[in-house]
Design a protein around this ligand. Structure first.
Ligand SMILES: Cc1cc2nc3c(=O)[nH]c(=O)nc-3n(C[C@H](O)[C@H](O)[C@H](O)COP(=O)(O)OP(=O)(O)OC[C@H]3O[C@@H](n4cnc5c(N)ncnc54)[C@H](O)[C@@H]3O)c2cc1C
Length: 544
């Protein structure tokens, strides 16, 4: 996959920042939220090639786009989410809606549709979900009946209903998943096709500036060349194939939405005096409401950047990595925004200070593009298989690599991340021996623990390399990586122990087998590292 050069990416990010500073002020965004309004003009400007041309980012150069890669899309998605997650969702839906064509389209389909999206700046919607088919898309009931003439399929008549479709009421082009005789397949449907009706704009908890609507299809006729890829039955595989990539975008949304709220809380803490001093000087405040959130988000960022680099290097099948990135970033973003309300006290609970809106907005990232529970399942299933196939070596080999890193960079938290990996391997083995994963809850909890262990490992590996996305130096990032590794190790050992006992495990010495004493010992230095992170956050985001 191609990626943008640094100058072009910086130019896109700068243009977006300048546009937002002028046009997308707090007042404007609050007003959209209150009026529950999709800002058509803003989307037009964002898609105008003479102004920003944001949609060009994900369209390959040969079809008139800029040919951005996963890293570029992560950076732009994070920035959009920092500005407004509702507007970001309007932009994302076009990325998402185009993906079935990107992944599964024939050359002619790609040239035609992507060329049009690039030239005309068209909004696209992605129609997969149905009223009864959400997490389980296999139960979809929308049908595409072949229309046969002279023994040849010349078109399809599509009938059914789609639910919660972003850009549903405003898009020009829709990709619709429907059952054909050969299995689920994607179709491209244009806005004004007879029989195609859009529902009312949903009145939502958050991202109220994004348009969400149901779609009703009553014998909507499309020519056979609208079947994506030209072969029936590829739909679910095509939807799966894009998950590594699209989940990374939503991960970036969680990151941006969470950081937007957290940044406000950090700045606010430097203006608010309580108990005789600024809140930013109160350790019980910073270490509860600010520091853990910044660390969790940066751990997720490290994992996002690692996954993006692998996608951009052409590696296929990174759905589990996309799931881990999304799970950690969106759960982290949601918690960061929730704590930002607390950090602003009564002011945080009002509309004016924006964190209340940010919290409502970021909440959706834990639901769309795979709920957190479905992600826990995806992660657990895949890594459980790897554990079984490798007889535990998947995690213990990673621990060995982390020990090697700890030998050259002891400040990275790699030694503690190695403890987390070994503990996870022992826990998984205990689950196997005692058949504990017959309890669905245990399997899902393992998914959560895998996400913590792998982000701890990757953060340790990448902490020394600063990211241009956030103004925190290498020493701070190293301290963050150490804290995250300790939290991950402790979580896996202590929660793993309690769930294993709760599910009836049989090792009388499991606390020691899981390495709990060593993991408690590794907590040494935790408060000092958090002190450092607190001081650096305040320096990086001063009061405005
Ligand atoms: C604002 C918004 C925008 C959206 N945009 C789009 C879009 O553009 N295109 C599109 O196709 N879809 C879109 N969606 C749909 C979204 O992807 C789905 O809502 C999501 O996949 C969950 O499906 P569901 O709502 O049917 O919940 P369900 O699948 O019914 O899940 C309900 C709850 O049960 C849990 N659950 C489900 N299955 C299991 C299981 N097997 N084990 C344990 N727990 C389980 C879930 O995690 C969740 O907590 C959007 C949704 C919203 C709210």
């Amino acid at each position: 996959m191609t990626t943008l050069d640094t100058d072009t990416l910086d130019m896109v990010l700068d243009t977006l920042r300048e546009y937002a500073a002028k046009q997308l002020t707090d007042e404007f965004l609050r007003d959209l939220d209150a009026r529950d309004e999709f800002p058509v003009e803003v989307l037009k400007e964002l898609y105008d090639p003479n102004k920003i041309g944001l949609h060009l980012l994900f369209i390959p150069e040969e079809y008139g786009g800029l040919g951005g890669g996963a890293y570029d899309i992560y950076r732009v998605s994070e920035q959009m989410a920092r500005i407004d997650l509702g507007i970001a969702t309007g932009v994302l839906a076009t990325f998402l809606g185009t993906d079935p064509i990107t992944v599964g389209g024939t050359e002619e389909q790609k040239a035609h549709w992507m060329g049009r999206i690039a030239d005309e700046g068209l909004l696209v919607a992605y129609g997969a979900t149905e009223p009864q088919a959400g997490s389980d898309l296999g139960t979809l009931t929308t049908k595409a009946e072949p229309v046969v003439e002279d023994d040849r399929v010349v078109g399809y008549k599509i009938s059914g209903r789609k639910q919660w479709i972003s850009n549903g009421g405003v898009a020009a082009i829709y990709t619709i998943l429907a059952n054909t005789p050969g299995g689920p397949s994607w179709f491209v449907v244009e806005r004004d096709t007879p029989g195609f009706v859009k529902g009312k704009h949903e009145d939502k908890h958050g991202i109220r500036a994004s348009n969400t609507a149901a779609l009703f299809l009553d014998e909507v006729y499309v020519d056979a060349d609208r079947l994506v890829g030209g072969v029936e039955g590829q739909g679910l595989a095509q939807a799966q194939a894009v998950f590594g990539y699209t989940r990374l975008m939503v991960a970036a949304f969680g990151l941006g939405g969470g950081w937007a709220a957290l940044e406000r809380a950090i700045r606010y803490s430097q203006t608010r005096i309580q108990g005789g001093g600024l809140l930013s000087t109160k350790q019980a405040y910073t270490h509860k409401l600010l520091v853990p959130n910044a660390i969790r988000l940066e751990a997720a960022r490290a994992y996002i950047e690692w996954t993006a680099a692998r996608i951009d290097a052409g590696e296929p099948d990174l759905q589990t990595e996309g799931a881990i990135a999304k799970y950690m970033a969106t759960e982290g973003g949601n918690k960061a925004a929730e704590d930002a309300i607390q950090a602003l006290g009564g002011y945080g609970y009002t509309k004016e200070y924006m964190v209340e809106k940010m919290k409502r907005d970021v909440r959706i990232t834990c639901i769309y593009e795979g709920t957190s529970e479905i992600l826990e399942w995806t992660i657990a299933r895949d890594r459980w298989q790897l554990h079984l196939k490798s007889r535990g070596a998947y995690f213990t080999d990673w621990a060995t690599r982390l020990d090697a890193l700890a030998a050259v960079n002891p400040a990275s938290g790699a030694a503690t991340a190695a403890l987390a990996m070994r503990t996870l391997a022992t826990l998984m083995e205990r689950c196997r021996l005692d058949r504990l994963t017959r309890n669905q809850h245990i399997l899902f909890r393992l998914g959560e623990m895998v996400a913590w262990a792998e982000t701890a490992a990757i953060f340790a590996e990448r902490a020394a390399t600063p990211t241009p996305a956030i103004p925190l130096g290498a020493e701070t990032r190293l301290a963050m990586a150490r804290v995250h590794a300790r939290n991950a190790a402790l979580k896996i050992a202590s929660e793993g122990l309690s769930w294993a006992i709760g599910a009836g495990q049989t090792d009388p010495n499991l606390a020691n087998s899981l390495g709990l004493p060593a993991i408690y010992a590794a907590q040494a230095g935790q408060v000092e590292d958090m002190n450092r992170v607190a001081a650096d956050l305040v320096a990086a985001f001063p009061a405005e």
